[in-house]
Design a protein. Structure first.
Lengths: 353, 178
């Protein structure tokens, strides 16, 4: 009920997070092109600003001044609704993600606040529910465009996201069982401390398989390579967003990048200790971080590291074939996640008894 | 009272969206309006202090089942439900079917009204029942599900399993071994 007591704080927090996500998506565009350039032994964007750092602004300006096209047979309402739905679900999903401990932000505030917009007691499920609504944006874009390539992209998105959601949710359930709570904040706080004074108490140590499944399913959920079938450019021109231009088009990649941030933030919260512990093993910095309440910086660092891994994967692994994707999802990933869940449940039961 | 205002706003949204679902000619719009109606219902659950039910409503209905609905509508690519001539001679278009449906709807209204008169605890929110039947906390809900309603729970899961196996059998093509 804290939410009602300090609406001003919440308002400022929403404003900050909203803008941080927008800036993060701009940085990610640049980071992706720079890292891709590095991996392909070239420079990447270099002309706009020093070392090309202003490239995202140039990209956005270019897209703003493009003409907004709509195919003749397109459904007027749904064609406009689709990108809006995409971006709204992307932003809303982050609302339930906590990203730091109680802090006064270097004494800036009179009393400490919990970093995170809504401290919901079913936060894991809220994030999952809102992300699963994100598929409508893509599916509707595919259908409303009245183009066969877009339609194929939309159909693929629907099938793919439904399939990988199962493995995704099942791997989440194992962590929830270990933590004994659906609140992301409580899951994070149950990861504080170390084992034997050496290993940070992260769930990645207890759930290595679950973590791998979460990452794979998360990549598929956000439609990133090697699972970027809804827009597979060699097969479908540009997939679901073929017919889009200008700002309407810009919203799709932006929501994809924001979804990536949310996915990484949830992975950090669930498996990588959130704001507890800098590295998987104990470092002398850990007590200092707890003491000065710098957890949110640690959190940002972990999310950035995860995002780098995300981009790294995209430019390293080639795209799957579509039937392989379905086979992999249903015949390997889902059974593995169920097995992981059952073993975890048995162990939790055994250790608690 | 912001709570009252929110309640009426979402109730109105749920009712209007549900009404428009059956008023639409385009099945695509019907599916989307149904999703909107589910969203409004989920907001009402939150007001009843049952966040788990609210989120489950979104995950299961809006996030999974309606995606399949949408998938089917897209695959069939049916722009209007009364476009084809054969549609009008379809057995489901027979007037008696409509009358039967109306009868069922009337029965449902009567049943709902009867159920409402039977409920004694309208004043207390569902999340704060005195007899501990709280659906607000996931822990409490799981406990009730696996103690008081074990049989119904297990029977439902068997039913769903049977339906799933049946769907796989029906969907399998004749003569293919895959």
């Amino acid at each position: 009920m804290e939410m009602y007591l300090r609406p001003a704080v919440i308002g400022v927090m929403i404003f900050v997070v909203f803008n941080a996500l927008i800036i993060a998506s701009a940085i990610l565009v640049l980071a992706e092109r720079k890292i891709m350039g590095f991996m392909q032994q070239r420079y990447g964007p270099y002309l706009v600003g020093p070392h090309g750092v202003l490239q995202p602004i140039a990209d956005i300006l270019k897209l703003l001044f493009k003409e907004e096209l709509r195919p003749k047979g397109a459904d007027k309402w749904l064609f406009t609704l689709a990108p809006v739905l995409s971006i709204v679900t992307a932003f809303v999903a982050f609302a339930a993600v906590p990203f730091g401990p109680e802090t006064t932000l270097f004494g800036l505030l009179d009393e400490p606040i919990k970093l995170g917009i809504a401290d919901v007691n079913v936060a894991v499920l809220v994030v999952f529910a809102v992300t699963s609504m994100g598929v409508y944006g893509i599916v509707l874009a595919g259908w409303a465009s009245n183009s066969k390539y877009s339609l194929f992209g939309g159909l693929r998105a629907a099938a793919q996201m439904i399939s990988y959601e199962l493995a995704y949710a099942t791997s989440l359930a194992a962590v929830i069982m270990l933590a004994g709570s659906l609140s992301l904040r409580e899951v994070v706080d149950s990861q504080a401390g170390t084992w034997f004074g050496f290993f940070s108490q992260w769930y990645i140590w207890l759930q290595p398989l679950g973590f791998v499944i979460y990452v794979i399913a998360g990549v598929a959920e956000t439609n990133r390579a090697p699972f970027d079938f809804p827009e597979a450019e060699q097969e479908l021109v540009a997939g679901y967003n073929t017919e889009y231009s200008s700002v309407r088009f810009a919203l799709f990649p932006q929501s994809e990048y924001i979804n990536m941030v949310t996915m990484s933030a949830v992975a950090t919260d669930l498996y990588l200790g959130g704001w507890h512990g800098l590295l998987p093993i104990y470092t002398p910095l850990d007590p200092l971080i707890e003491q000065y309440r710098l957890g949110w910086l640690v959190f940002i660092a972990k999310v950035a590291g995860f995002l780098f891994f995300y981009i790294w994967m995209r430019w390293t692994v080639p795209r799957y074939r579509y039937d392989q994707l379905m086979q992999f999802g249903w015949k390997w990933l889902f059974p593995a996640s169920v097995l992981n869940l059952i073993v975890t449940a048995a162990l939790v039961l055994y250790l608690n008894a | 009272m912001p709570e009252t205002f929110i309640f009426y706003a979402f109730s109105a949204m749920a009712i209007i969206a549900s009404t428009l679902v059956i008023g639409q000619r385009n099945p695509m719009y019907s599916v989307l309006l149904l999703i909107a109606s589910f969203g409004a219902l989920s907001a009402l659950y939150i007001q009843l202090n049952a966040p788990f039910v609210a989120v489950a409503q979104i995950i299961i209905y809006a996030g999974a089942i309606m995606v399949l609905f949408l998938f089917v509508v897209m695959l069939l690519n049916a722009p209007r439900e009364d476009a084809a001539e054969w549609d009008r001679s379809h057995p489901l278009q027979h007037p008696n079917i409509g009358r039967f449906g109306a009868l069922l709807a009337a029965l449902l209204v009567v049943q709902l009204a009867w159920a409402l008169t039977k409920v004694s605890e309208l004043e207390t929110p569902v999340g704060a029942r005195a007899d501990g039947a709280s659906v607000g906390s996931v822990l409490e809900m799981g406990r009730i599900l696996f103690t008081r309603h074990t049989f119904a729970f297990e029977a439902t899961s068997v039913l769903i399993l049977v339906a799933m196996v049946g769907a796989v059998v029906l969907a399998r093509r004749e003569g293919s071994n895959q």
